[in-house]
Design a protein around this ligand. Structure first.
Ligand SMILES: Cc1cc2nc3c(=O)[nH]c(=O)nc-3n(C[C@H](O)[C@H](O)[C@H](O)COP(=O)(O)O)c2cc1C
Length: 204
């Protein structure tokens, strides 16, 4: 069966992507507004971009008025991107509800945070990974535009429980919760890890 995106309803164009590009890691993002209110929201159109310097991308869809995360990012140029295990799934999922701009999802949901070190943002206390980031670019894509936000990681925090001896994250222990289509998630309990030798070109 073939699907021509131009013939699909907007909701089905969305479902085409979120049901096919799975599992998606989730960026749980804090930003701070001019009044100091800490905004917290999850984004699964999230990934790494390049390592030199380390840059991640978060895609923030159109909303009228624009999503608080995008408004705060544009105004402050800063955000903290977190990865969390399935223990935090309920709070993460709940933070995706459309809270009014003057309510802090972090405070409403009792998610603890502390000051970031390199930026003026907030770091979630029990996140396994926290990337303190500065906004490089917010690129409008599509119509109405989603903003592809390129965020440079200026400081990374790795929880001791998932750190390798050199302090870098151990992905086997991180086991960050990921999103499937719609409101389904993949938890660490259902992972099967398959190891392979480092690939080499065959000797001909
Ligand atoms: C697991 C999950 C993943 C989400 N991923 C995205 C995403 O990639 N892009 C997006 O614009 N919204 C995404 N959302 C919806 C936003 O989190 C939601 O619109 C949120 O209210 C935005 O909050 P804000 O206005 O505080 O920025 C996601 C929601 C959930 C629960």
């Amino acid at each position: 069966m073939s699907l021509d995106p131009r013939l699909l309803k907007p909701i089905d164009r969305y479902r085409l992507l979120v049901n096919a590009v799975v599992p998606r890691p989730i960026a749980w993002v804090t930003t701070v507004n001019a009044a100091g209110l800490v905004n917290l929201a999850p984004f699964s159109f999230f990934n790494g971009v390049t390592a030199n310097p380390p840059v991640v991308q978060v895609c923030i869809a159109h909303r009228d008025p624009i999503k608080d995360t995008l408004a705060n990012l544009r105004a402050s140029g800063e955000a903290v991107v977190h990865l969390v295990r399935s223990e935090r799934l309920d709070a993460m999922h709940a933070s995706g509800a459309e809270y009014p701009s003057d309510i802090s999802e972090a405070d409403a949901l009792g998610v603890e945070h502390r000051p970031a070190e390199r930026i003026h943002g907030r770091v979630l206390v029990d996140a396994d990974i926290a990337f303190e980031c500065r906004l490089l670019q917010a690129i409008p894509v599509g119509d109405p535009a989603t903003h592809l936000c390129l965020l440079e990681v200026v400081l990374a925090h790795v929880a001791p429980a998932i750190a390798l001896p050199d302090g870098l994250p151990d992905p086997q222990r991180l086991r960050a919760v990921a999103r499937l289509g719609g409101d389904h998630y993949l938890s660490a309990d259902s992972w099967t890890v398959i190891a392979r030798e480092r690939r080499r070109a065959p000797v001909i």
